[in-house]
Design a protein around this ligand. Structure first.
Ligand SMILES: [Zn+2]
Length: 177
């Protein structure tokens, strides 16, 4: 009977191979600054997963992981993500996009971004162990005068005397006021 038709065609379309979900996503980045009056389209770059798989499911095998790592990279770099909704484009940040897919993917993307941020922080620490601490504002006594000075990491203090001369007191001569 013809009455079965709608339900049947729905089932068919759900099972028909279609583009893998991950291919809908692209990360937006910029090639340099967009000059005043220029077409931003000439400067924008979209990076996707490079997927051209078709699948009867939402994702081709393993491509939910591909999408997750794409979203994590976007999140780490703070780049916008766009999703092609079949002609309409929706843009958001990595976490918003992940949340729209599923809570499980959102949790993994958030975790991945956090791990990458921690890793980057550790790397930055390793690469800049010698970064000198900022000079600390102090008050020092020079003979009978007290000056505002900056105490450097090596213990020396720099101040400006009433004549406008910048003076440096070696660490062993600094007397804090
Ligand atoms: Zn895919």
């Amino acid at each position: 009977m013809a009455t079965e038709k709608p339900a049947k065609s729905e089932t068919e379309s759900a099972a028909a191979p279609h583009a893998c979900e991950c291919s809908r996503y692209q990360v937006e980045s910029w090639i340099g600054e967009v000059p005043e009056g220029a077409d931003p389209g000439d400067y924008v770059r979209y990076t996707g997963t490079g997927c051209d798989a078709t699948t009867a499911r939402t994702f081709a095998m393993g491509h939910d992981a591909k999408l997750k790592s794409l979203l994590i990279r976007a999140g780490v770099d703070g780049l916008a993500v766009r999703r092609d909704e079949g002609g309409m484009v929706v843009t958001g940040d990595a976490l918003q996009m992940a949340a729209a897919i599923s809570p499980a993917i959102a949790a993994k993307v958030e975790h991945g971004i956090q791990l990458a941020a921690e890793k980057a922080a550790r790397k930055a620490e390793r690469e800049e162990p010698a970064a000198a601490p900022e000079p600390k504002p102090v008050r020092i006594r020079v003979r009978r005068w007290v000056y505002d000075a900056l105490l450097a990491a090596d213990g020396s203090a720099t101040y400006t005397n009433p004549n406008g001369d910048v003076k440096v007191i070696p660490a062993d001569k600094v007397v804090l006021a």
